[in-house]
Design a protein around this ligand. Sequence first.
Ligand code: BMA
Length: 839
Amino acid sequence: MAVPTHNSALDLGGTFTLTAPARDIETTMNLPGDVHHALLAANLIPDPYFGENEKTVMWVNETAWSVEGQFTATDADIDGFLTLTLAEVDCIATVFLNGEEIARTDNSFVRNDLDVTGKVLAGENTLRIDFDIAPDVAKARADAHPFPIPFTKNYQTNGLKGIHMNFIRKAACHAGWDWGICLMPIGVYGTMSLRKARLARQESVQVDQAHGQNSVELSIKTRLFAFAHGEVELEHTIDGQVIADRLVVEKGENVFTHNVTIKDPKIWWPAGQGEQPLYDLTTNLEGEMTTRKIGLRDLNWVVEKDEIDHSFKCRINGRDITMMGANWIPADAIPSRATPAVVRDLLESARAANMNMLRIWGGGQYEPDWFYDLCDELGILIWHDFMFACMSYPSDRTFLKSVETEITQQVRRLSHHACIALWCGDNEVIGSLDWYPETKADKERYIANYDRLNSMLHRIVEDEDPVRRFWPSSPSLGYMDFSDGWHSDTRGDLHYWDVWHSAKSFEAYRTVNPRFASEFGFQSFTSMNVVETFAEEKDRNPSSPVMENHQRNAGGNARILETMTRYFRFPRDFEQMVFLSQIQQGLAIKTAIEYWRSTKPRCMGTLYWQINDIWPVASWSSLDYGGQWKLMHYMARRFFNLVNVVAVPQVTKVQTNSRGTPVEGQLPDQIALRAINDTGKAASIALEVTAVKVTGESRVVFSGNSAVGPDAAITVVDIPFADLAENEFLYFVWKDAQGNIVGENDYFPKPYKAYELVGADIRAEWSDRDGKAVLTLEADKPAFFTTASVDAPGYFSDNAITLLPGRPVELTFLPRHGQSVRSSDLAGSLKVQHLAETF
Ligand code: BMA
């Protein structure tokens, strides 16, 4: 966690000495940073992500580490009250300044502002941090607790031993997860500085907004910490207005509120719905300057009785806007690697796929300030869990006290951001009571225990950020409701996992009608070029130890392969299997999202699990570790199109299998083509539907114009299934009022394996246009999920597309990280893949 930069602080980051006395190790370490990163740089450990090295490097987190470094202060630097700020110490450590113990840290989500007045010398000073062995501390605490609190089942595949992460405050997924490596990083992250104050320092600046006719009233709440009684000068500047005040402060914490009116406000919208104008708010406390970007938007959640049960929707600037996006996990298991450039790239890919919301999931971390700045800039709203996930937590006084400081600080730090849409108590903690023998056997005790923590979180949000909604948990049916949030689809948010975790058919997604689907996912293998970074040729087999190590959900590889046998013909080799797994993943999630979006306004949010990976692994992500787009990310860009047309098969009598789930490929009676408009303006849709034989012949079965009102979904036409011949599928294209093609989609009534797909000859031609490389693809026969890839960081304007004879498609290459490339740089590495080639 970082504090805003200010000009009167001495940066204490730099090169430190890292030692492990018990192991006779001494090397250098850059701070802020983490131990694994330093050991890698010093060649003292192999790449933990390669092969099965996770096990080889496990000793690192079973070792007591110490970092020590020097900094020089001038007379001027120490002339005043001094605060040593360590934004994030991971995790349990003792801090020494010039040999004197100045703090014990215990919670990596708490910022440490240590009063070191009189303790810093003019000249050289020594800062030392001794880290305890976190897994040992966690175990000792768990053992001493009066009743058992099991750790999450998501550690079942971390290869070694479970760690009682519920007894220590650091990212729960540091100990692994069902997609994560177990490294248990150790380090200091974010701001490390020595701050000087004449009398007081800034603690937090929060901004509330009240939107009027043509103005926005801001209420700026400034929290100062004063070292003594006296007077200070405080100045806020925003939109050319200066609010200067002379304030009397008392020793300790002081809170002041100033109001300012922004006339003719430039309004902030989530991505896709308008611009993201940001106002600079600069706060100057006698030279300690901080700047925050303020986006002006009116946001509230409409959770109220309706004809179904209760709505669950986000109203922004007066419009009920469908939330479309995914779940976010920490960007790297080695914290030093999650740089602003890496994270910006991931967030830009979220926006490029038409997302407007990410959910920061409760088993990860509160992100640094710059993360939320990026979301404000890109128009990505954040559903923010507090950091509790998939297990119970203690509720004794010491634990609650620490969490109270954590949540209070985090809410005060982040509440000014336009992107923060909701505070949510945790991820799946209520549901997890049914997962463990201990909690199942004594549920009342664990619910009471849960409520002590959860009601405190609620109270803190009400006190510290009253304009934001607190949602108890994800999934949850609502306030004080401790019942099953997984399966009720009439209220609250829903996690729907039956397709992945219970092997139901993709069709099962159409048997639930969530109000807001905040988690559902399907795994794929990470792309071939990423597999090559951790698996040698001999290990490229789905049941090799290396590939199994890079799959952390028990039975995950088997689930991927078994599903293939249900929908596709079995792939002919490893590389084709990797490719097909990504087609399959995209298809699963497309089925869910197209259908749920089409039920608008019943369903007002779909956030799939998960957008990113923490290391190279088989997982539910749509972006590979490193940010490359998997096939699903391309499909997401299309299934999240604001104006979209989707096929919804109608089955009068659903046949179910022995598991009570719809059978794969049950033929529909008819196929409804539903037009979805998630814009604030009416959309004109000229739709042409063709029935195409997999061998290429096609005929038009419908053509017509419709108008879809703003924020609405309608059925344009029902196509009787009986009208389709064997081997025919539906392909549809729609144009706007100006006649421009705005979207294409298709629908196969039977599983792909049932069709006699024919080989296609695909011609690829490169050109350069407006400084961009353009690839034209043309096929002589239909080619499905046609995907172009090149060895360069970037993505094509589209991929995983249906190519039809006589319909060439142009794909523009969009480099990530902003470089420009020419087609001649890419042509040599071009690979074009498609479905018929996989078997
Ligand atoms: C969800 C998440 C994670 C997990 C995922 C896949 O419920 O909350 O715990 O990674 O399921 O199993």
